[in-house]
Write a protein that binds this ligand. Structure first.
Ligand SMILES: NC(=O)C1=CN([C@@H]2O[C@H](COP(=O)(O)OP(=O)(O)OC[C@H]3O[C@@H](n4cnc5c(N)ncnc54)[C@H](O)[C@@H]3O)[C@@H](O)[C@H]2O)C=CC1
Ligand SMILES: O=C([O-])CC(=O)C(=O)O
Length: 356
């Protein structure tokens, strides 16, 4: 072929797939383009972010576009995905990025996904509890999970939207109703509690936070966030004052950010970091890596409650093993009682929202 003819064919091929909105235009040609590009790039997983234009969604999309385990990245929101998709799509990393705007495009966004990350929903303002978000976010999570049941029932779901203690039970009920529920594949993201715990404990110990590992169990709100300071690695001990200070700071880390942001939202950047740390662990599990263990809020038999956050082993099927809590000291046993009381109500509230 003449060089000129080849060049114009290439340009025609590229412009057939481009649209100023950055959004999906013609499904089959976009898929062909993506498949073609994905073949050239590293093999990887297909990941969707629902709520991708939000405070968490945008930095999360940025970081997932940088993750070499991701071959296709779908960005869905009810607003602003054209801009976010066009912007992220210019990054010279291998993942193919596609944008989807509004409910009519939800099913296209979800079809074929291996992992769906959900940071959709409203955030807190000062003076609010996470439970105050229930009325709006419960309905959003229900709609998105109905889409998952229909279009990618085998995907791993990472649920970030608050109140996590209730939205995870909501998602489980939606999946049960649709006959697609696999408890191993539904994970409430509590990684930010672990990230904060590692940071604050490292500060007290004078260590690099990357060397510190703190299990945080229970749930993701106030007293349900239970750091197990007796199980910190590397092994160490704390005075009662240090224990009190660390437990309070970890439990109120979200509120600390909400107050500092003074009405403009809650944690977004540290959450995006934590979400990517967790999603990457899920993808490594899906790939078959051994020994991938993180804390998450999952269906559980560790306590008498149907859901509880604890360490889980991530594998090809999701949370393949849910670990027991291990030995607790008296302070932690007290904390566990308080956590369970509050969690029971939040879980029931989520279940009743769907069963009502
Ligand atoms: N699990 C955790 O550790 C954390 C959870 N969160 C929660 O994450 C959620 C999102 O927080 P931000 O990103 O700061 O809020 P944001 O308001 O900045 O972004 C939320 C995004 O969700 C989108 N959205 C709303 N309804 C939607 C729907 N039906 N479908 C798809 N997208 C929809 C909005 O358009 C917006 O772009 C909040 O509920 C917040 O409480 C926040 C921090 C930590
Ligand atoms: O506090 C909030 O509302 C957001 C959140 O869940 C966190 O930062 O842990």
């Amino acid at each position: 072929m003449q060089p000129n003819a080849e060049a114009s064919q290439r340009i025609a091929r590229i412009s057939a797939h481009l649209h100023p909105s950055g959004l999906q235009m013609e499904e089959s040609s976009m898929l062909r383009a993506a498949n073609c590009r994905a073949k050239g790039g590293a093999p990887g997983f297909k990941v969707a972010i629902l709520g991708a234009a939000g405070g968490i969604g945008q930095p999360l999309a940025l970081l997932m576009k940088m993750n070499p385990l991701v071959s296709v990245l779908h960005l869905y929101d009810v607003v602003n995905t054209p801009g976010v998709t066009a912007d992220i799509g210019h990054m010279d990393t291998s993942a193919v990025v596609r944008g989807f705007l509004g409910q009519p495009q939800l099913e296209s966004a979800l079809t074929g996904m291996d992992l769906v990350i959900i940071p959709a929903g409203v955030p807190r303002k000062p003076g609010m509890t996470r439970d105050d978000l229930f009325n709006i976010n419960a309905g959003i999570v229900r709609t998105l999970c109905e889409g998952i049941s229909k279009c990618c029932p085998n995907a791993i779901v990472n649920l970030i939207s608050n109140p996590v203690n209730s939205t995870v039970p909501i998602a489980a009920e939606v999946f049960k109703k649709a006959g697609t529920y696999d408890p191993k594949r539904l994970l409430g993201v509590t990684m930010l509690d672990v990230v904060r715990a590692n940071t604050f404990v490292a500060e007290v110990l004078g260590l690099d936070p990357r060397e510190v590992s703190v299990p945080v169990v229970g749930g993701h709100s106030g007293v349900t966030i239970l750091p197990l300071l007796s199980q910190v690695k590397p092994p160490c001990s704390f005075t009662p004052q240090e224990t009190e200070y660390l437990t309070n700071r970890i439990q109120n880390g979200g509120t600390e950010v909400v107050e500092a942001k003074a009405g403009t939202g809650s944690a977004t950047l540290s959450m995006a970091y934590a979400a990517v740390k967790f999603a990457d662990a899920c993808l490594r599990g899906l790939r078959g890596d051994a020994g991938v263990v993180e804390c998450a809020f999952v269906a559980s038999q560790v306590t008498e409650l149907p859901f509880f956050a604890s360490k889980v082993r991530l594998g090809r099927g999701g949370a393949e093993e849910v670990y027991q809590l291990g030995p607790l000291n008296e302070y932690e046993r007290d904390g566990l009682d308080k956590a369970k009381k509050e969690l029971a109500g939040s879980i029931q509230k989520g279940i009743s929202f769907i069963r009502k």
